[in-house]
Design a protein around this ligand. Structure first.
Ligand code: VGL
Ligand code: ZN
Length: 195
């Protein structure tokens, strides 16, 4: 496994109340462990001189992402709401925050968003933050394994980074039983190391 150093970025995906707090609208079972283990990972990355970047799901009140507007999900992570805030237990001062979903764009990856009408993809600032810091390896943790963690890890591979996912610091929505396990299997196929 690549050692953790200044060429490593820890990407902390969407550890926000709606996913990570039991009262959140899209609470992910197992998220309590994720907060604790994410903090450990943040400490480790920080002491090794690695870059830490947080992502936030950040939706408008209405978006085709939400069930009430024709999509899949209950209303969650509406920008500026309690649900969109980081979980209180998370150490949040270790690096920059990249928001996705802003302007009603869809998609799950921290690296890109997708216009729900045209399907057009647009990069977020995540890749340039990593390139500016000469990052080579990404460690992806957070929520949720089967959506934003997976898509962020897939994009990181596609962009040429080596990637690992820390299994103790992720949890899955599991809309269908096994989705989380299947996501990890797909990632392993792409050469993502599950640690
Ligand atoms: C996510 C479902 C909807 C995630 C975001 O962060 O994995 N999942 N929006
Ligand atoms: Zn969302």
């Amino acid at each position: 496994m690549p050692s953790l150093d200044s060429r490593t970025a820890l990407i902390v995906v969407d550890v926000q109340n709606d996913f990570a707090h039991p009262e959140g609208s899209l609470f992910v079972v197992g998220a309590e462990q994720v907060v604790a283990h994410a903090n450990e990972a943040i400490e480790e990355a920080a002491s090794a001189g690695g870059l830490i970047v947080y992502t936030q799901d950040w939706h408008p009140e209405h978006t085709p992402h939400f069930e009430r507007d024709g999509g899949l999900w209950p209303v969650h992570c509406v920008g500026g709401s309690w649900g969109a805030r980081f979980h209180d237990g998370l150490q949040t001062d270790a690096g920059p925050v990249v928001q996705k979903g802003v302007d009603g764009n869809d998609g799950y990856s921290g690296f890109s968003t997708r216009d729900p009408q045209s399907g057009e993809r647009q990069a977020t600032e995540l890749e340039s933050i990593l390139r500016d810091a000469s990052v080579e390896h990404c460690i992806v943790i957070g929520l949720a394994t089967d959506y934003c963690v997976k898509e962020t890890a897939v994009d990181a591979r596609r962009l040429g980074f080596t990637v690992s996912v820390r299994a103790d610091a992720i949890a899955a929505v599991n809309l269908n039983p096994g989705d989380g396990q299947n996501a990890l299997a797909e990632l392993a196929e792409l050469g993502v190391l599950i640690t």
